[in-house]
Design a protein around this ligand. Structure first.
Ligand code: MEV
Length: 326
């Protein structure tokens, strides 16, 4: 039996535009998904505390007689079949999934599940796959989950951990670790679930079709902001970081139309309570926002976010990536 875990993530910059080749600045967060894997004779069994159960029989390297209590579990059966084929596994396995990462919240719950599952399965079957290779392995599955297009940013972050600046060079991504930091954030969870697949698969094409120039300009503007943000992070310039993440939020809200009244409510209250900056993170239309705070403003920002009915989550960022648990 092997237990592994992987963290959720926050975008300091670049969600959505990262799908158009723009850099992203992303950090792992102290909320993790835990997956326990065990070998089984000729079947796959999945038991998720959030989604329920799924199972399938193995014929050759394919899954047959698939059964799942919720559609979200189909992706994990796809993952299992993919592992059987690509890792050439000689038996089935079970996965028990327990997660601290809220589902469909923008904190990359699906990525944390995939990364922790892959870490557990490769360890269980004694296969070597570096955390860097997680990206290539899991990207096709992430593409399916995200509605036909996925940047893979969160796969990097969940696998590698830390605070990363991701840039695209031709078709390959480069991850630059931005080092240790002591930034403090408070996350506001609206508990409004939005599916990334609908935002990316259905909303994006309508934007690009009607306002291609506006979207191209937004991508350029955020690319410029990314350079400034890297410098501000390296210099630990909290005020500047706050200003830049605010600008990124405004572009996401006004040009990409992916905010939500409840995200705006939580963000406005956080800023009024003294947060240095605040933005939605992930796909939007609900999910989460986060506020950059100091030790002095943290308490008031937590109360301000809670006053809007959102859950305030105070957690570390830049934590360790996918790992085996003792
Ligand atoms: C979703 O959490 C982040 C998006 O940028 C999609 C992606 O990067 O694959 C909207």
């Amino acid at each position: 039996m092997v237990k592994a875990s992987a963290p959720g993530n926050l975008f300091f910059l670049g969600e959505h535009v990262v799908l158009y080749g723009c850099p992203a600045i992303v950090t792992s967060v102290g909320k993790r998904t835990y997956v326990t894997a065990e070998k089984l004779e000729n079947k796959i069994e999945i038991n998720s505390t959030a989604y329920g159960k799924a199972s399938a029989k193995i014929e050759g390297k394919k899954l047959v007689s698939r059964e799942s209590e919720k559609p979200g579990l189909e992706h994990l059966l796809d993952f299992a079949e993919y592992c059987l084929e690509k890792l050439d596994l000689n038996s089935g396995f079970s996965l028990k999934i327990e997660s601290e990462v809220p589902i469909e919240s923008g904190m990359s719950s699906s990525t944390a599940v995939l990364s922790a599952s892959l870490k557990a399965v490769t360890n269980l079957f004694e296969k070597t796959l570096s955390n860097k290779k997680f990206f290539e392995f899991l990207l096709p599955l992430q593409v399916k989950i995200h509605g036909g297009k996925a940047s893979g940013t969160e796969l990097f972050s969940s696998a590698l951990g830390g605070f990363n600046y991701l840039t695209k060079n031709n078709s390959s991504w480069n991850a630059q670790n931005l080092g240790e930091n002591t930034f403090q954030v408070v996350i506001g969870n609206t508990h409004i679930r939005a599916q990334t697949s609908i935002l990316v698969g259905k909303h994006h094409p309508t934007l690009v079709f009607r306002w291609k120039n506006q979207i191209d300009q937004a991508v350029k503007d955020i690319e410029e902001l990314s350079k400034q943000l890297v410098q501000a992070i390296k210099k630990n310039n909290l005020k500047k970081i706050g200003k830049i993440i605010n600008k990124n939020h405004e572009i996401l809200r006004d040009k990409f139309l992916v905010s939500h009244p409840k995200l705006e409510d939580a963000r406005n209250e956080a800023l009024n309570a003294g947060a240095l900056g605040a933005k939605l993170s992930g796909a939007g239309w609900g999910g989460i926002m986060f506020a950059l705070v100091t030790e002095k403003t943290k308490g008031t920002v937590i109360k301000a976010i809670e006053s809007t009915g959102c859950e305030a989550i105070s957690t570390k960022i830049g934590v360790e990536g996918a790992r085996i648990e003792e």
